[in-house]
Write a protein that binds this ligand. Structure first.
Ligand code: PMP
Ligand code: GLU
Length: 387
């Protein structure tokens, strides 16, 4: 059967494929430890589950307003005021089935065929495919040689008359790096000078460690409000990946256009999940802090264990829940083969850096139990010694 060119060209999501492979091996009885998919191992906060159960009992089983229930959009607007002192109204918030479709909708809205979009690598796997699905072309600004932060010189080099926008993510998946004020100001200057839009994916903003601070780009460049879309959601901060709730915050006209697309695509996000997210946003803060502390402890342990291994190099990540390990000095520097053999020989699942435009690196998610971290890193060390 003839398939569209678009779908023939799409690459599978490496994060999801590896996680599925690990799950399948586990189901066959293999002792797999997964450091692959980025999702908290915690259950969702009780306040979220309770809000969902109440919603079921109330009969909230119908389509909701397409952009999301007003209560949740108001709460997201309130959150942005409280957390970043940014003023948004409920009609400047769009709720969707996770952050992923919002990124897709934003790109569909902003990218025409042939347009170029700047990505800072290492970059999360789905960005590039979503840019392609909009007919656009990614232009990669590599940050591996500059402490995982983009420089003005590198960004300038990537610009062309076809550049329309910048799609960025801080804290970064996969590197865990946080873009500080100076870097954000530099990116904002370029966007301002060239009239570029910015999609600012801050889905890991609550997960920062060691006194590091997440900065919202509009706090350093408030004048860019009209050309910036903020992407956030319940998945990571509230351990609610399965509920599928994300939110986009941006100027009314753009949000309205994304909503028009959403009305043809998914309609509203699950009604029950929206009420659950509202419960989480209202009362989940203490739980978020507890989980953050647990991640911080795990980060300390995994870093200590990896630093004790031969060949590997790792930069301390300030946020998210990943370590991004440089394997280029090891006898098996091919990250694809490394991950394949690590899974087959030691039953440890991790994601090759190639999936993030960073060959020679491997991503380990430490959003799993301390026991898994200790046992998994023991196996990784044995693997390295066996090479
Ligand atoms: N952005 C980044 C950087 C992510 O890591 C993820 C994780 N899947 C998403 C967006 C999408 O989040 P969601 O699960 O809410 O769709
Ligand atoms: N964002 C997570 C990851 O990178 C979840 C999987 C996905 O959606 O890609 O592993």
């Amino acid at each position: 059967m003839r398939l569209s060119k678009r779908i023939q060209e799409i690459q599978p999501s490496a994060t999801i494929s590896i996680s599925n492979k690990a799950k399948a091996m586990k189901a066959e009885g293999k002792p797999v430890l997964s450091f692959s998919v980025g999702e908290p191992d915690f259950n969702s906060p009780e306040c979220a589950s309770k809000a969902a159960i109440d919603a079921i009992n109330r009969g909230e089983s119908h389509y909701t307003l397409n952009p999301g229930i007003i209560e949740l959009r108001q709460e997201v607007a309130k959150y942005y005021k409280k957390r970043f002192n940014l003023d948004y109204t409920a009609d400047e918030v769009l709720v969707s089935s996770g952050a992923k479709p919002l990124l897709y909708e934003a790109l569909q809205m902003l990218v025409d065929p042939g347009d170029e979009v700047i990505l800072f690598a290492p970059a999360w796997v789905s960005y590039v495919e979503q840019i392609h699905l909009a007919g656009g072309k990614e232009v990669i600004v590599d940050t591996l040689a500059t402490d995982l932060l983009p420089t003005r010189a590198a960004l300038d080099k990537a610009l062309s008359p076809k550049t329309v926008g910048i799609l960025m993510n801080t804290p970064s998946n996969p590197s865990g790096a946080i873009y500080g004020e100076e870097t954000l100001k530099m990116i904002a200057d370029v966007a301002r000078e060239k009239g570029l839009w910015i999609i600012f994916d801050e889905i890991y903003e609550r997960l920062v460690y060691g006194g590091a601070k997440h900065v919202n780009i509009l706090n350093v460049a408030p004048d860019l409000r009209d050309q910036t879309i903020l992407i956030n959601g319940a998945s990571k901060a509230y351990a609610m990946t399965g509920w599928r709730i994300g939110y986009a915050v941006g100027p009314k006209e753009l949000i309205k256009k994304m909503n028009t697309l959403q009305a043809h695509l998914t309609s509203n996000a699950s009604s029950i999940a929206q009420w659950a997210a509202l419960g989480a946003l209202k009362d989940g803060d203490p739980v978020v802090e507890k989980m953050r502390q647990a991640f911080e402890e795990r980060r300390g342990t995994i870093l200590e264990l990896v630093r004790d291994m031969p060949y590997l190099k790792v930069r301390e990540p300030e946020g998210a829940f990943y370590i991004f390990v440089d394997i280029r000095d090891c006898p098996l520097p091919d990250d694809m083969k490394f991950c394949e053999r690590l899974l087959e020989e030691k039953f440890v699942a991790a994601v090759p850096g190639t999936a993030f435009f960073a060959p020679g690196f491997v991503r380990f998610s430490y959003a799993c139990s301390m026991d898994n971290i200790k046992e998994g890193m023991k196996r990784l060390k044995e693997f390295l010694q066996s090479l």
